[in-house]
Write a protein that binds this ligand. Sequence first.
Ligand SMILES: Nc1nc2c(ncn2[C@@H]2O[C@H](COP(=O)(O)OP(=O)(O)OP(=O)(O)O)[C@@H](O)[C@H]2O)c(=O)[nH]1
Ligand SMILES: [Mg+2]
Length: 268
Amino acid sequence: MEKSHRTLVQALGLGPREHVALVGGGGKTTLLFTLAEELKQAGRHLVTSCTTKLWHREACTAPTVLFTEKDPAWRAKIKEVFKTGGYVFLARDLLQTGKVMGISPSLADGLFQDTAIDYLILEADGAAGHPVKAPSEHEPVIPGSATKVIAMLGVEALGRRLEPSMAFRIDLVSKLTGVPPGERLVPPAVVRLFLNHEGLFKGSPDGAHRIVFLNKLDLLKERGIAKELASVILEKGQGKIERVVMGSVEGGEYEVLRGRSENNGIDL
Ligand SMILES: Nc1nc2c(ncn2[C@@H]2O[C@H](COP(=O)(O)OP(=O)(O)OP(=O)(O)O)[C@@H](O)[C@H]2O)c(=O)[nH]1
Ligand SMILES: [Mg+2]
């Protein structure tokens, strides 16, 4: 059964303390800062970061950006920022390319042990702006203490032909889905991106909830194809996928399809 939600916290079923890792393509950064703003408005203490690379201009969406290599007082500064009702984007260093280098998974794990931090939200994968990706050998980079892993896909790719404009690491996408380049990305094939052990959830901690997020629903004239994908994922996922969220992060609308476990999330 589907359920509509207005907040990401509800749609994702977040508890009072979570370590969230975002993988896949089609809206990770947008979701990261939309969720951060929701949690900030609710007075929660959160840190945003990445274990990959991300544009500095994107990191600057956060009220404060701290670099662990440049600033020995970064830990104390996070607490200072909490007192002002803000939040931090934490990175290792600023690169000449205009990107920031992310933190290590072990630093992320250590950070989440600090109970002053309610939420740690990380971008743990890169898709170079494409709606679809498949992970390479060294991707994604998910810390062991992650409690929720959210694998995203931009639904504008569904039913479209597999082309370089659509998919990052197109050869791997083709291999995982079984769709040859130039053929259509139909739901029964796309399911494998989420359920194959070499797919988007690769390296997720055993205890973490796995959530599929089908984003940019606003771009679809006919939503049936996204719903078809969502139900096949839950059916074939056999309880491994806790929920599928279909929605539009930019439009602020979310529909949730549940797996076996019931989890309504906290009320902010
Ligand atoms: N129409 C629409 N566009 C969206 C939505 N969410 C994100 N986008 C757009 O999709 C593009 C990619 O979004 P990002 O948030 O940068 O995606 P990402 O997964 O972080 O991408 P990479 O960091 O390159 O891997 C941007 O142009 C966003 O503005 C949405 O809900 N609807
Ligand atoms: Mg991004």
